[in-house]
Design a binder for this molecule. Structure first.
Ligand SMILES: O=C(O)c1cc(C(=O)O)oc(=O)c1
Length: 304
């Protein structure tokens, strides 16, 4: 099958620079995706966008180039609940990738077990309206109860304005919860304003909640972009991410978000995205927790 990309689609950045920041040995890129390739793993009929291809080989070449040891491959919404491309990436990683799936209530126990054996360790619940159609909450609760018995966690993706409405649902979930991209704060608002305070409270009052301090390229309003050697990219996001890293050093993860779906303005140089890390995790200890200890505890607990 051949696919035509969504008009205006930005492809991932070819030939990223070598990061100046050397990540600690054993670092995990804990949020990235594969797209297709569409000819081998068709995109889902219910998708809201059609991306370029982004294969497992390209993902693992980027991993090596950036100096990372492992990946967590998160099911992208363009594949719906068809997890074959993501699972294929896991089984061809030599044990160096784990995954997060999207499932429906119709998934069988045998299918869940097969995904577990391939390295899946979580499910993703998405509340971003431009990406997915609504799934009833009772279906999500049922899924959460089932995956709990496998020791999996729930990854949630939502926008900051929707947190008040989703609060009761999230806080009732029975597993570890991992928030994508800090719950998408509006970084044009103050870091100590009511909206971000609510997110901090969410983490403070619920010790099962973790956050990915990822996607500055998506959250930034004033940049500058991670292009042309810029060593101080996305300055407006730094106070938000740094606050989360310093407040909850044992419950944060970092990921490239490669191949960066749906960016409209520019495609970042992934090498420069890695150079963003010491701005939000300024000490060697915070960096080790963010990049090694925390993702290993969540995704490879048998090795820690
Ligand atoms: O903000 C986005 O557009 C986005 C989309 C997806 C996905 O389509 O799965 O994943 C992400 O982490 C971010």
């Amino acid at each position: 099958m051949t696919f035509e990309k969504t008009p205006g689609w930005l492809d991932w950045y070819a030939n990223p620079s070598k990061p100046r920041f050397k990540v600690p040995a054993g670092s995990v890129d804990a949020h990235c995706h594969v797209f297709g390739p569409g000819a081998e793993f068709p995109f889902a009929p219910e998708r809201k966008y059609t991306p370029c291809d982004a294969s497992k080989q390209q993902l693992y070449a980027l991993r090596d180039h950036l100096g990372f040891a492992r990946n967590v491959v998160v099911q992208a919404t363009c594949h719906g609940a068809d997890n074959r491309a993501m699972v294929d990436a896991l089984v061809h990683s030599n044990g160096r990738a784990r995954g997060v799936a999207t499932v429906k209530r119709s998934v069988s126990d045998a299918e869940l077990q097969a995904m577990h054996d391939s390295g899946v360790r979580g499910v993703r619940f998405n509340f971003v309206k431009r990406l997915v159609d609504f799934t009833p909450k009772d279906e999500l609760v049922e899924i959460a109860e089932r995956i709990k018995t496998l020791g999996w966690h729930v990854v949630i993706y939502f926008e900051a304005v929707d947190l008040p409405e989703l609060w009761d649902f999230f806080t009732a979930l029975p597993t570890t919860i991992v928030v994508d991209h800090m719950g998408r704060p509006d970084v044009g608002k103050p870091v100590d304003g009511p909206e971000f305070e609510l997110f901090v409270r969410f983490m403070r009052e619920h010790s099962n909640v973790w956050s990915k301090v990822s996607c500055p390229e998506r959250l930034s309003v004033s940049g500058p972009p991670a292009l042309h050697g810029e060593q101080h990219a996305y300055r407006d996001v730094v106070p938000f991410a740094r606050r989360i890293v310093e407040s909850f050093p044992d419950r944060v993860l970092w990921g490239t978000d490669w191949p960066h779906p749906n960016l409209k303005d520019h495609m970042p140089d992934d090498g420069l995205l890695v150079d963003f890390i010491p701005h939000i995790a300024p000490t060697a200890e915070l960096q080790r927790k963010l990049l090694v200890d925390n993702p290993m505890r969540l995704y490879w607990p048998e090795e820690t």
